[in-house]
Design a protein. Structure first.
Length: 174
């Protein structure tokens, strides 16, 4: 009794070389040996045998029977490893590009930081200089007010002495 199934993709199991036969028994003629990982389309399964068609770049597109126990649905480890190695190579290139991009951005930002730090130091020196100049001006202004006050006092004293002498002369003359 044969079981017809939907066409499914299958592979020859890992580490085997199996025979593709004309019919579903070991008595039938071997058409070809299929290596491990060889892609086939499973067309029909019956009594432990599967009718398969080649999916590889085979100009003959040969059909035949293989023992079902030698077929697997998942891709063989070797094929998976190749795909993972290819994906790894792509990811390494992407990582290298991203690292270059990051390094370039980091260098630009470092250069900006160095410039800002120099501007900051210059600004701090300018602030210190202006603070000192401001203190000197305040001190100078205080001195000016003190001298002005002293000058007013001196003028008042001189005026008082002059006025006092004139009053003294007037009293003497009277």
């Amino acid at each position: 009794m044969g079981h017809t199934s939907w066409a499914a993709k299958g592979y020859v199991t890992d580490s085997f070389r199996i025979s593709l036969r004309r019919g579903p028994s070991t008595e039938n003629k071997i058409l070809k040996f299929l290596p491990s990982g060889y892609p086939v389309e499973i067309l029909k399964t019956e009594e432990g045998w599967s009718l398969v068609s080649s999916l590889a770049d085979d100009p003959e597109n040969i059909k035949g029977w293989v023992l079902s126990r030698y077929l697997i649905i998942r891709p063989p480890w070797e094929n998976q490893a190749k795909l993972l190695l290819q994906e790894n190579a792509v990811l390494k290139k992407k990582l290298a590009r991203l690292e270059d991009k990051r390094d370039g951005a980091l260098k630009r930002e470092t250069d900006k930081y160095v410039k800002l730090e120099a501007i900051h130091e210059s600004s701090q020196k300018t602030i210190q200089m202006l603070t000192k100049e401001n203190e000197n001006l305040r001190f100078s202004q205080k001195n000016r007010w003190f001298l002005s006050g002293g000058l007013v006092l001196l003028c008042g004293l001189i005026c008082g002495m002059i006025v006092g002498r004139q009053q003294k002369k007037q009293r003497l003359s009277l």
